[in-house]
Ligand binder design. Sequence first.
Ligand code: PHE
Ligand code: ZN
Length: 853
Amino acid sequence: MKDAAPATAPETFYLKDYKPFGFEVETVELTFKLAPNSTRVLSKIRFSPKDNAADPRFFLHGEALKLISAKIDGAPVTPELIAGGLICDTPGTPFTWEAEVEIDPAANTALEGLYMSSGMYCTQCEAEGFRKITYYPDRPDVMSTFSVRIEGDETVLLSNGNPTGSGEGWAEWHDPWPKPAYLFALVAGDLVNHPDRFTTRSGKDVELNIWVRPGDEGKCAFGMEALKKSMKWDEDVYGREYDLDIFNIVAVDDFNMGAMENKGLNIFNSSCVLASPETSTDANFERIEAIIAHEYFHNWTGNRITCRDWFQLCLKEGLTVFRDAQFTADMRSEPVKRIEDVIALRARQFPEDNGPLAHPPRPEQFQEINNFYTATVYEKGAEVIGMLKRLVGDDNYDKALDLYFDRHDGQACTIEDWLRVFEDATGRDLSQFKLWYSQAGTPRVKVSEDYADGSYSLTFEQSTPPTPGQPDKAPRVIPLAVGLLATNGDELRATEVLELTEAKQSFTFDGLASKPVPSILREFSAPVILERETTNAERAFLLAHDTDPFNRWEAGNALATETRVTMVTEGAAPDGAYLDALEKLVRDDTLDPAFRALVLSPPSQSEIAQTLHDRGVTPDPQMIYDAAETFAQTLAQQLETSLPRLYAATTVDGPYQPDANGAGLRALNGRILSLLTRLDGGEQAARQYQAADNMTQQYAALAALMKAENGEKQSQAFFDQWQNDRLVMDKWFALQVACAAPDAAAKVATDLTRHALFDMKNPNRFRAVMGALAGNHAGFHHASGAGYQLLAENLIALDNLNPQTTARMCAAFQTWKRYDSARQALIRVELERILATEGLSRDTHEMVSRILQ
Ligand code: PHE
Ligand code: ZN
């Protein structure tokens, strides 16, 4: 076998090796002379050595740069060019560094640094992209003010901060707020804007713009409203005001991630900002509102206070995700948002935390930082903040946050700084809590109960399985929100937060006339796996009566999981009591339709596979698929007589509005349509497709028809209608693969990669096809191995062009050890094939090696 290791082993970076940079950067002046293949970047940077800087030589990062000239204090110098940058002698006193470099934005398919997308120039510098623009100390703890001059023929020339001048073919910008290079941005293109204004609470007038390609003007209004709501919310809830005269958002088609919080110039994947009723679903609207808020909130949590180094990434990301979740809960429904977030956490973070890629929210080592923009850093990072808030209480949380902003404004901080403000504001010792930042893995909490003489006790035992590099785990602080119910559904004890701090601990409730029914981990108060022996009867009771909406949903989710597990392991029929409970619930008009839609949404097949694996059963993806189909068919039959009435009752009349109420009704209506389609062969769905005047209903109808293998006509019509709209076409590509039967998924995906509109270089399109393949559980894991093979081939092909997106998508293989040895062998072949690829990127090399370990 070929040796898989690259010629030189990739360097590993460690948190413990942190050293400050030896120089202050006082000012940065940049001039860009734009040309697609030969952009010139002139930099003029004022450095001054720190007192402790013994070494007068300095190192600047630089990658894929052609150095034209370099000067120190006006005199030419010849720096030593080394891998990853340059080294140069400096005078030992303050000096001015000047360099001119040439770069090739048109050839930049990695979408990092300065690149071109649909004819416009744009940048992406987080985490380490600025070094592809010019030589610079490209690390987040080096902060400076930037002045930028852009020379180009484009009509719109944008950078960070405030505009300071412009003329024919040029524009100048100045950002007064010191920032790290990863927040630098530049955009140049023939763009059009959707303008607005916002007055801050201290009366400052701010110009707002969303910049798009001509033709997309009609898709900006919703994003603009979301931006204004976010600005107001951050003032009202966190007391944070905007701090520049102008705030620009730009939509670009080719982008590796969702969006980027560059100071005063947020750059968005067009899929995360452009919205219209005709082209976007309710889910798109909700996501766009959340991402706009997220990027805006970064202005304080990320930009004004940034990270000392990339190990601290969750300092800004965990906090900002937590803030955007609070925002969405306020704008829409708090319980619904919580349920959605827990579904996402279990779908994306739990597999990471319980597999070979497990890492703590603050990792201690990496080879490629781009591989650590993970569900653990973002979503678990946010969960950790939610626990902290619950432990200290809302008022103390506010106090701590005020102190954080006061104390650390303008600084590059660490998790230690973050926890210290909580300790100082509350007097609480958080040393045990800090384990949440350093220990990987999802804790298991085993619950047992005891009742005697009016006294009820709950005993909890916590343990966390080993993760890579962390065989043993210490007990953590786990806040467990618990309530007690009487058997008639009355609440005997309101929610109380029990603090589990030991490996095993009991809590007693006195004065209870009879044994209560416990409702544990309300609101999902900690990201743990609860293990408790209970009955389906008790779950059904909680589904009907729990006063905590999250746990009500959770009880239904547990029933859904149990019934599928017994269907798979015992060949049992769907649980009748559960079907009855669902029927009752779906007809209960006193319940929020969005909540009912969530209760009707089945657990993912991947999650069922994980549950089986956890119980010592090797999951068979085809059997899990069959059980899901049987269950849905049985439910449809059980509801047969009420489905038409339910469908009519949940149909939203009048013009489409993307608000939470309408979206909730449409979500429920979509669930009902999918059940109805199992009985009427698609008659109603075809009518809905025909009549739909918004994407939510058009898409729901098309999905139902395609699932029933009766949507060819509509699929063609959809294509004809939307072939010139890239974002809608992404939906079309993804839906073909998502709806394909297990034995057809790889073939469907293969054909789509040969479609004229498939474009490897566009991450959205690549993800539409390959992400949908990985998400089609039984299709991806089909016993033939065709799914594995197709994904591997495409990852190998993409790695050359775009390492970052390739590496992220390798995670589709992270759950491979769940499956039988034949599937494992097939996957191993593909992983080894990827690893053996000549010239494989550092990104993909790291991911595949970790998955294989
Ligand atoms: N910092 C961005 C966010 O969370 C995400 C991002 C990371 C975008 C790296 C691009 C590159 O909002
Ligand atoms: Zn973020």
